[in-house]
Design a protein around this ligand. Structure first.
Ligand code: NAD
Length: 253
């Protein structure tokens, strides 16, 4: 039956940035679809754990700073101990620094690109070597952005990193599709989370953004759940290297 292809029963999903925002939504979505969830975060995931358990799921937390050297190895080792397998990786953790391009410092640039871009590559590599190749397949979902497609304003390091995420999604898909590893991305539109608090509090920017979204509203983590479960499931086994916009029509405008 077609709906069975979307089920994630028996799978283990690893989500970075699991304590809040979109990452928390992915944890709940995968748990509802039947997966065991490992949430990676710097801060306690107690709220996410409670939401996963409320839908009958199992949640493990790994607390670590993903900007630390060797973070990808730390995560892979923790997963080996917790579940011994991983089927799905969501590279969700990300940060944004807003600053005029003329004032951006090298330290700020490195913080943003190390987490948003470099970690995406090395965590994907670690999971692929440690789990996906030995297990005969896996799913990687990278969280891209509208700024994978567009330039944005006052966020050059973020735009560079999210454009890289879309490129990496294609590059890794080309190498790993034949290994039964699907690498795809979701490009969320403008979503109401901590990441966009500053924008939503600036009434001019808030109005300008809302006017341009055909759906007429900010997105929420619930809006991404269907796309995430699709890309994590057997229903998407012939989808490779694609970045799926879930944006209320923003890019169509
Ligand atoms: P958020 O700020 O609410 O969540 C970011 C997550 O990343 C948090 O869980 C945070 O703890 C984690 N994180 C940040 N630095 C970390 C570190 N060094 N180590 C471990 N964890 C760390 O933002 P969000 O909106 O939920 O963003 C999730 C992803 O979606 C990000 O990659 C973001 O760029 C992307 N995104 C968001 C929007 C939006 O409109 N909110 C749009 C497009 C893309």
């Amino acid at each position: 039956m077609i709906l069975d292809l979307f089920r994630l029963n028996g799978k283990v999903a690893v989500i970075t940035g699991a304590n809040t925002g979109l990452g928390q939504g992915f944890c709940v979505a995968f748990a509802e679809a039947g997966a065991t969830v490992i949430g990676i975060a710097r801060r306690s995931c107690a709220e996410t754990a409670a939401k996963v358990e409320a839908v009958g799921g199992t949640f493990f937390e790994v607390l670590t700073d993903l900007s630390a050297p060797d973070a990808s190895k730390t995560v892979a080792n923790a997963c080996k101990k917790l579940t011994g397998r991983v089927d799905i990786l969501v590279n969700n953790a990300g940060i944004i620094h807003r600053e005029d391009a003329v004032n951006v410092t090298e330290a700020s640039w490195d913080l943003v690109t190390n987490l948003n871009e470099k970690l995406v590559f090395f965590l994907s590599q670690a999971m692929t070597n440690e789990f996906f190749i030995p297990q005969g397949g896996g799913k990687i979902i990278n969280i891209a952005s509208m700024l994978s497609f567009q330039g944005g304003i006052r966020v050059p390091s973020y735009t560079a990193s999210k454009s890289a995420v879309m490129g990496l999604t294609k590059a890794l898909a080309n190498e790993w599709a034949s290994l039964n590893i699907n690498v795809n991305a979701i490009a969320p539109g403008y979503m109401a989370t901590n990441n966009t608090t500053a924008l939503r509090q600036d009434s001019d920017r808030n109005d300008a953004i809302l006017c341009r979204i055909p759906a007429g509203r900010w997105g929420t983590s619930n809006d991404l759940m269907g796309a995430a479960v699709f890309l994590a499931s057997d229903a998407s086994s012939y989808v490779n290297g694609f970045t799926l916009a879930v944006d209320g029509g923003w890019l169509a405008r």
